[in-house]
Design a protein around this ligand. Structure first.
Ligand code: HEC
Length: 97
């Protein structure tokens, strides 16, 4: 019984988080917004992705993935995505405000 409640609470939290994003966000894109602010009004030391040219995001991700660019965390995150997924996420973020 208790486990079911936790499961439902998680589902509701996920649904609420996703509603803020455009429905057609590609797989993986929602995971970035935990650290990279989803909109311009948020002050954060983590660089914003929304509205950045897709090529910038793709180049940075591929550089982290190959180890050309050192990161505190992005090198590890980038390795979890295929080049195709990175391109899809980058194009999607480029269209966000
Ligand atoms: C755990 C927090 C965290 C998550 C999740 C995260 N990032 Fe990052 N990102 C950072 C930090 C911190 C930096 C600064 C570089 C570093 O320290 O690794 C960064 C840097 C970047 C940069 C370089 C920006 C620049 O101007 O140099 C890009 C592009 C990027 N992230 C894309 C993504 C994408 C795409 C995702 C989702 C797949 C993502 N990040 C998920 C924390 C995160």
């Amino acid at each position: 019984m208790k486990a079911t409640c936790v499961f439902v609470a998680v589902l509701i939290a996920l649904a609420a988080g996703n509603a803020a994003m455009a429905a057609e966000a590609p797989a993986g894109a929602a995971s970035c917004s935990g650290c990279h602010a989803g909109n311009a009004r948020v002050e954060t030391p983590v660089p914003r992705l929304a509205g950045r040219p897709a090529a910038d995001i793709t180049d940075a991700m591929l550089a982290y993935k190959s180890g050309k660019q050192a990161g505190t965390i992005m090198d590890r995150i980038a390795k979890g995505f295929s080049d195709e997924e990175i391109r899809a996420i980058a194009s999607w973020y480029a269209t966000q405000k």
